[in-house]
Design a protein around this ligand. Sequence first.
Ligand code: PLP
Length: 409
Amino acid sequence: MALVNEHFLKLRGSYLFSEIAKKVNAFRATHPKQNLISLGIGDVTRPLPPACIEAIHKAADEMANSRTFHGYGPEQGYDFLIEAIIKNDYAPHGIRLTPSEIFISDGAKSDTGNIGELLRWDNSMAITDPVYPVYVDSNIMCGRSGILGEDGKWSNVTYLPCTAENHFEPALPDHRVDLIYLCYPNNPTGTTLTHEQLKKWVDYALENDTLLIFDAAYEAYIHEENVPHSIYEIRGAKKVAIEIRSYSKTAGFTGMRCGYTIVPKELTATTLTGERIALNPLWNRRQCTKFNGTSYITQRAAEAIYTPEGKQQTRANIEYYMDNARMMKKGLEASGLTVYGGINAPYLWVKTPDGISSWRFFSQMLYEANVVSTPGVGFGPSGEGFIRLTAFGSHEDSEEGIRRIQHNL
Ligand code: PLP
């Protein structure tokens, strides 16, 4: 008899976006003629940059010829992409990495979800709240989160509230924790940390022997000067932090699937007897066992982002979304709503009017304005009283969505 991993039974009935999809489908079934505008799920709408398409065609042709065909590649990724990452994403910020510290992946979701395999199930952990749901759910699956309380919080998770009152800068934990997830620029609040603010987290980690998982999936959206692009811009961070990146929102790769994870050579965790173990060889071992590499064609497409044309085309797509973000923020604020984010991230974190609940405002938007949003409380208890809107739609849909919200407040 196979015994089930009972931790899976502790997971909430469905993943947030499936819950939203269910409500949207129910609306569609009862209102078949209404046309909905989705400003909800964070998926991109712009096609891939032409430089990537060209690289895909070229790589496909290589696959058609026995002399240039590529079978299994290195589990860690091809050197051509790893070198492009070092040269373009890190060297300009004064960060030196060696190729074996970089692991190409099929996206940030897998790596943020899988990285916990390197750690014992009984580490204590902290998350900023609200937060990208994968961090908590993947820890529930291995039993690290403890028991769900009546307040909707897990017993072994320290919640670090990010609220309007603290300007979405979470306070450091008031006790020691083993593991902290940070995501900047942040999904869902769209806010970020300055260099000085992020330094406090690295200093805490160095003092407390804490491991930081730094999710930088939205790094390409940083527009302001004093916002770090990588946690390794902070002195000492290589000793305490893993950084995870994604091409999904940088270059429209949500359907292509590619990202990467940095596990610095200096980074260690300890055994129960206090022996320090480097995490880089462990992650390498894990990847070699459970992952057979991102496809050659996809990695060639990712490499093309770093060509001069690729850079210019990628930037143009990001600006397209950020134009939406600016327009949406302005329109919502003009209607009297309080809006955060939208400056270094493609997300707007909107306070519900008159203090109504996230789900109630979500339903009001759905049924009255025919706009799909994401209820903030779905990202954690401190998300109550907010909805998240994304700037990933077309200009036309984003404008129409805001117009409808304005008319239905
Ligand atoms: N991390 C954050 C904070 C995200 O918002 C997302 C996607 O929405 C991901 C990771 C997943 O990215 P990927 O498409 O690379 O799996």
